[in-house]
Ligand binder design. Structure first.
Ligand SMILES: [Mn+2]
Length: 261
């Protein structure tokens, strides 16, 4: 039986300059790395070239996490929405130039006026995803949507939201990024794995105490990792799993290796 591919997200050093991140990248002991097109690690042509050099030397394959700060793909404001889409398409171009295996993006969120216009943010969320999907096809990119918690206003947080999305759009080639930290805040991790096993193409792994998205190292929060590992085996999950903790990263990778051994 084939096993999941294990990787690491560079989120843990997002507060450091890009050059510092590259130095860490040159030392990682995994072949799958998620780079953040955000903050101090925002991509540009020169950076993409540097990343490609390292990938070639180390035999690394990248996934790209799309920008998400101040981006809302369900925004009711056309100018702001268009600015977000423009920024996201730029990110897709860099992902393509990195030969990224996957481009991960966040769903839309509610705003301060959502309650005045019921269902409008969901409709806009879907419409923008259709638009992004067309753009991704043009660039030859695989894309996947990450589950984000309800408590931060996001529209796609439960398996039911994703089921509704697939039913209304038929965009079956867009996958799901199961963020286990986020899903834990909704008590939905096992439900996601059991209800949508064929849709999940990528997993973000971090721990938390069940209240906030803390990105703790594996075993430093309250998530039942044994049950998680058992469920992965139950569904014979063999796609990506990325450590997205911001501390205890090598230890978390080691635990993940043991979990999936
Ligand atoms: Mn995540």
């Amino acid at each position: 039986m084939s096993k999941p591919r294990i990787g690491v997200s560079m989120l843990y050093c997002l507060s450091e300059p890009f050059s510092r991140m590259l130095k860490r990248l040159a030392k990682v002991d995994v072949k799958l790395v998620e780079v953040m097109d955000e903050g101090l690690h925002e991509l540009n042509k020169k950076r993409v070239a540097k990343l490609n050099e390292i990938a070639k030397a180390k035999g690394i394959r990248y996934t790209v996490h799309a920008p998400f700060a101040d981006i809302n793909i369900a925004s009711p404001s056309k100018p702001l929405l268009n600015a977000s889409i423009k920024r996201l398409e730029q990110s897709m171009v860099y992902a393509r130039d990195l030969d990224a295996q996957l481009w991960v993006f966040h769903p839309g969120a509610r705003t301060g006026i959502s309650s005045f216009y019921p269902n409008q943010d969901w409709k806009q969320n879907i419409q923008t995803i259709q638009d992004l999907h067309e753009k991704a096809e043009k660039h030859g990119l695989n894309t996947a949507i990450e589950n984000l918690p309800e408590k931060y206003g996001f529209l796609m947080k439960t398996p039911e939201d994703f089921q509704r999305f697939y039913k209304e759009t038929s965009l079956h080639d867009i996958g799901i990024v199961l963020d286990v930290g986020h899903a834990n805040l909704e008590n939905q991790t096992l439900n996601f794995l059991r209800k949508l096993p064929d849709k999940i193409v990528h997993i973000h792994l971090s721990d938390n105490m069940g209240e906030h998205d803390q990105h703790l190292g594996i075993g430093y929060g309250k998530i039942d990792w044994q049950q998680f590992a058992e469920t992965l085996k139950e569904i014979a999950y063999d796609k990506n799993i990325i450590i997205e903790a911001i501390e205890h990263v090598p230890e978390s990778l080691q635990k993940l290796r043991e979990m999936t051994a």
